[in-house]
Design a protein around this ligand. Sequence first.
Ligand code: GRF
Length: 208
Amino acid sequence: MPMFPRIGVLASGSGSNLQALIDASIEAEIAVVVSNRADAYCLERARVAGIPAVPLAFSARRSPEERRRYEDELLAVLRPFHLDLIVMAGWMLILSGEFLGRCGCPLINVHPALLEPEASNFPILRGARCVRDALKLGLLYTGVSVHHVIPEVDAGTVIAAEIVQIQPGDTEQSLYDRIKTVEHGLLPAAVEALLKSPPAAKRERVHA
Ligand code: GRF
């Protein structure tokens, strides 16, 4: 049996991006899926695929000490899997720089907007409301980015990006549906490319 790189997936929601990774024929093993929401559907998707599914509940209003403790618990869950890559696929918790330093492998995230300007005046839409923001701003297009995770939210180096046109009459739902379809192709492709790239390219270049 060939030894494939091992991926851990962190997800908080429905897990359609996890499903895209499961369904893609990438030469990698999804070794574990962790969710901060015990009832998140992503855990069910993992179970159906025979992947260890770990609920690790987090209540949003914890103190900084409890956050640190949560990150320690998360590291304790992930470590035994000896992961080569962690993919945040709809993971809604911000992880500290300390966690990123300690987890021992690169982390990447998929974000439903463009994070590198396509033109000098093109707005960078970070955060959870970026699909709504793209519509509000009346943009002609938005997109999808797969990027390295750094302590600053949605700010790490972009690994892959794709444009999604905004159509007249688009609602937040119709636009997000098209964005997700693009995510489901781009994320597995980016993971595969990253895993095949030389070691130096796998990590975020913090000091470019
Ligand atoms: C995706 O749109 C991703 O870009 C964002 O969270 C969403 C997760 O969706 N970070 P799903 O749970 O994979 O369906």
